[in-house]
Design a binder for this molecule. Sequence first.
Ligand SMILES: [Mn+2]
Length: 359
Amino acid sequence: MNDRLQRLRREAALEEGEGLFILRPTNLRYLSGFTGADSYGLITGKEAFFITDSRYTEQASRECPDFDVVRWRDPFPPLGATISDLAGKTGLRSIGFEPAFVCYSLYREIAEALGDVAFVPAEKGVETLRYVKDDREAASIRKAAEIADRAFAALLPRIVPGAAERDLARDLAYEMERLGADGKAFDVIVASGPNGSMPHAVPSRRRLEKGDLITFDFGALCDGYRSDMTRTVVLGRATKKQKERYQLVLEAQQAGISAIRPGRLGKDVDQAAREVIVSAGLGDAFSHGLGHGVGLDIHEEPFMNSRCERRLEKGCVVTVEPGIYLKGWGGIRIEDSLLVEDEGVELLTKTPKELLELL
Ligand SMILES: [Mn+2]
C-alpha cells in the first residue's frame, strides 16, 4: 500500500542486509503519515519499524498502518539497544543515517550499541522522493497558499499609522488559523521602514509611519505542507524612488517566473531574475538566492541560487522572491509560491503585485 516506502527502497538502492534510519521529522511524516514528534523510523528491504515512546504509541498505531510500532524508553531498552535489537532480528549488516540530521551524541550512542553492524551516512534519502510533489501534496500547498492570500486581504485595513509590527504579525498568523490553516508555516516577518533592509527582520515594537515601505513574509500550514509569500506595500503615497525600485523588483520577479520550466537549472532561473536587478546597478542589494523549494519544510531543495545545479521538474513547488535591501532606506521583496507545470507554472499565491499604496 505504501508506495513511498517502495520508492525509498529503490532510490536508496537498499540491498539485502541494509537498513535506513530516519530521524528528520518531515521525512518520517512523509513516509509514515505520523504527525507527532520525537520518533524514528528503521526501514529495511522488507520491514518498516516505527520507534517511539509511550506518549505516541497509540497515535502511531493509528496514523502509520504500514509500520510496526516499536516502543522504547522505560521500561523498554534505550534507543541504541532498541535499534541494535531490530538489526539483529532482521539480519542487518549496515544502517544508513541522515548525515545532516543525526547529532554527534546520538551517532555515538547508536554506533556503540550496534557493535559490528555499520552505522554510516546514507548517500540518498527521503528528500529525493520529496523533490517532486504528487497531486495530493500540491493540493495541500495550494490550500495553504489560498488561505495566506485571504488572510493578507483581511489584514490590509489594519495596516495603518501607529500599528506595531508585532501586532500585525500576530494578527496575520491568527487570520490564517481562523481561515482553516493548521498554523503558520514559519514565524511571520513584518519589517517596516528602515527595518526592511534586513531580509529576515524579526517583528519589533516599531509603529508604522506614513511613507514606510512594509514587507510581510508569511505562509500557512495545511496537512503538514507550507506556503510562502511576500508582499511589500507602502503606507501613504509612494515616492518616485519607491515606485522605481518596486517596479524593478517586480520586473525581476516576473523574469524569474517566466524562466521556469521543467529541465531548467536552478542557477539559470536565478540568473534570469538577477540580471534585471544587476543591470539597474543594484546587484549588491539583492543579497540572497532567488528562491527555494517548499513543501513539508519551509526551505527545501531546490535552493535556486547562482550555484544551483538542480534541474526543475514538473511537480516541483518553488518560491521566486527577489528583493533589494538598502541600509538606512529599507527594503522591497516580492515572493510567490508556484507549481512547475509541463509548460511554465501554476501560480499558487495570487495576491496582486501592483504596488499597493495604503491611503
Ligand atoms: Mn521564501
